[in-house]
Design a protein around this ligand. Structure first.
Ligand code: WTA
Length: 662
């Protein structure tokens, strides 16, 4: 293909435009960890024992008795009575296997400084910090919160917790002080590991000040450990219950801490995520099932090999970072790359420059990033050698075929398979995606469920829909990486996710991820988006109720409704419709306070794109807000049926306001 001529490029573009299925490149298949399509049948015939393959990727202290215990469904248990330690599996065994000098973590700060931790370095620092955590008072089963940016001390702290059997709860550094406090209170977490600050677009950002404000709203005593990231650039002081990370590690230099033997079902970590109600949900993941599942998917889907340099450009503050920056890659003993900053600092080619310099083999990112790269233009890739890349992945939101093809062509040079991986905080790891060495890829469609995973698209009655029809995505069987419950809330766990269908032979529990989807005649699933009140902004999952309650907390606001509107780069953007209280007039000042209120309660990621003042909200006769209509307005779409509204006129009024940008 004469790609270097303008004509050739146009021709290629046109060909790609039309092509709706892509075979995995032969050179990739040849070396793929999984290339036998028989794996689907093999897993099906041998379910649930097929998951022993995942457990076999780990070293167990005690063998498990049973692969799956479904006697108390939907409280499933995996690898029962087995025991292991996640930190041992991610570090010690690689050191013992003669790979101590291989890089485990390569880190790059935004200003360009670099650090490399070999597996031995990681072993040493994790042990020393584990000893430090014990000195601070952390015992097995205590929840340790981490509120940290992308610095190596974050995975080190996670692994140190895993080593001593203390579950971690990582709160995304971009979340606000209030969000930190809510999560620490909910988890009754008495320990916090945080950081003085970090760099964003070249400027130091004070993080400790935010952490301190959060701690003021925590209703119990907290011991804090502070990582000094900024040194002299930004001084900080430590209060009575605060410890310096470096001092703690130094005080325990050379010490080792025996990895605590954890039951397979013991909690490895908690991760708070947004749901339908205002209160975030504490998703509980376990040691055996989760670690097996992320290791297996890292191997089968991301094709990770120990000698690779692997880069997942997500933030560890989200599940993607837990599973596919830290636990999966390190369990497989590869080199995982971490980057502190933004993709456009100092320029928009930062990531490609890094792929080139580190000779990255596998790159995994979110569609929102790809859409931004596409908007910035392929020129930013020029001059960077991306030929080290072997596989590309996406996660977090639906990817439109145009963005998929751009990624495939410009980043992958048409030589790398692209895996579009559907999964959730709750699923722990990937669920629906092609196996890159096996299945053809269809841009825009994630693919079939993974071997051993049974997913389908059903209607309201729970019956499978016909090919091409939209319905609800469901998962019909448990899987090892599944959440076990919501922290301290078994009832909500069942209510939110599970429905029981009676079957003549046995009761069957079905998992509802709250996503809409379509399935084609090849069994490929296209995920359409959330069907609950969750919106997905740049791959970040936000609850509309959380944002609404932040807005209603602003003085002068009587009522608010928040919906997601389409956004070219972010996927969705936050639209807020607000009714003012008597005596308060809509004003730019109030708008400003609303935006600030949201940033304080959640963080800048939830900042409304538009705040629309309205005297009324469209409501049904029973008083329910018709969000669907508000979404139509945000998307400037033809308005749906308004006949069931108590106040149909208001819809046109609001639409006119949005159009006029008022
Ligand atoms: C969405 C992120 C389409 C989906 C790992 C899901 C996707 C929510 C995809 C979970 C994908 C994730 N295609 N949509 N490949 N991957 N989603 O918990 O709506 O932050 O329910 O986990 O992201 O978001 P969460």
């Amino acid at each position: 293909m004469p790609e270097d001529t303008e004509e050739g490029a146009v021709e290629l573009e046109a060909r790609l435009e039309e092509q709706d299925a892509f075979e995995p490149p032969a050179a990739f298949v040849e070396q793929a960890n999984v290339s036998d399509e028989g794996i689907y049948e093999e897993f099906e015939e041998n379910w649930p024992e097929c998951w022993e393959q995942a457990a076999d990727l780990l070293d167990w202290d005690d063998d498990y008795d049973q692969v799956l215990d479904d006697s108390d469904a939907p409280f499933y248990e995996w690898f029962t009575d087995g025991s292991l330690n996640a930190s041992y599996n991610c570090i010690d065994r690689h050191v013992e296997n003669g790979r101590k000098n291989q890089a485990a973590i390569r880190w790059e700060g935004e200003l360009g400084e670099t650090r490399t931790y070999t597996y031995l370095d990681l072993y040493n620092e994790v042990n020393e910090f584990a000893a430090g955590l014990r000195e601070v008072g952390v015992e097995e089963d205590d929840v340790v919160t981490m509120y940290m940016p992308m610095v190596p001390e974050l995975p080190i702290a996670m692994l140190a917790c895993a080593r001593i059997g203390a579950p971690h709860s990582v709160v995304f550094a971009g979340f606000s002080a209030d969000a930190l406090a809510t999560r620490m209170n909910a988890a009754e977490s008495e320990y916090l590991v945080t950081c003085d600050g970090y760099y964003r677009r070249g400027d130091p950002l004070n993080h400790k000040e935010k952490a301190d404000r959060g701690l003021e709203s925590v209703d119990h005593d907290v011991e804090t450990v502070v990582v000094d990231r900024l040194g002299d650039v930004q001084e900080h002081s430590l209060g009575e219950h605060a410890h310096d990370y470096d001092e703690l590690v130094e005080d325990h230099a050379g010490e080792t801490v025996a990895p605590v033997e954890r039951d397979a079902e013991d909690m490895l970590f908690l991760m708070y995520t947004s749901g339908t109600t205002g209160q975030p949900k504490g998703v509980k993941h376990t040691t055996g099932g989760y670690l097996s599942y992320v290791s297996w998917t890292s191997q089968a889907v991301l094709d990770i090999k120990p000698e690779d340099t692997y880069w997942c450009a997500a933030d560890i503050g989200w599940i993607t970072g837990h599973s596919y920056i830290v636990y999966g890659p390190l369990a497989l003993g590869t080199t995982t790359l971490m980057y502190e900053g933004t993709p456009d600092y100092p320029d928009r080619d930062r990531l490609w420059d890094m792929v080139d310099r580190y000779a990255v083999d596998i790159f995994y990112t979110a569609p929102t990033a790809i859409r931004a790269f596409m908007k910035w233009g392929a020129d930013y890739l020029e001059g960077h050698d991306l030929s080290s890349l072997r596989l590309l992945g996406t996660v977090g939101e639906p990817i439109n075929p145009r963005a998929w093809k751009w990624y495939y062509r410009h980043v992958g040079g048409e030589e790398c398979p692209v895996v579009d991986t559907w999964w959730q905080t709750e699923t722990g790891g990937m669920m629906v995606t092609t196996l890159p060495g096996v299945g053809k890829m269809k841009p825009g469609s994630a693919g079939p469920p993974l071997p051993g995973v049974s997913a389908d698209v059903v209607d309201v009655a729970g019956d499978p829909v016909e090919a091409g029809q939209a319905g609800y995505l469901v998962v019909n069987r448990p899987w090892p990486g599944m959440l076990r419950t919501l922290y301290n809330n078994d009832e909500r766990f069942i209510e939110e996710y599970w429905r029981e269908y009676s079957n003549p032979d046995r009761d069957e529990w079905v998992y509802f991820p709250e996503d809409g989807a379509k399935i084609d005649s090849d069994g490929y699933i296209t995920v359409l988006g959330r069907v609950d009140d969750v919106i997905n902004v740049s791959g970040h999952r936000l609850g509309t109720m959380e944002i609404e309650s932040a807005i209603v907390g602003v003085e002068g606001v009587a009522e608010a409704a928040v919906v997601g509107g389409h956004h070219d780069v972010k996927g969705e953007a936050v639209y807020a419709y607000v009714i003012t209280e008597d005596g308060y007039d809509p004003s730019d000042d109030l708008r400003h306070q609303i935006v600030e209120g949201v940033e304080d309660a959640i963080g800048p990621i939830a900042r409304p794109e538009a705040v629309v003042f309205t005297p009324e909200l469209p409501k049904t006769r029973s008083g329910k807000i018709m969000r669907r209509l508000l979404e139509d307005i945000a998307n400037d779409e033809e308005l749906g049926d308004t006949s069931t509204l108590r106040n149909p006129d208001v819809v046109d009024d609001i639409a006119a306001k949005v159009r006029s940008g008022d």
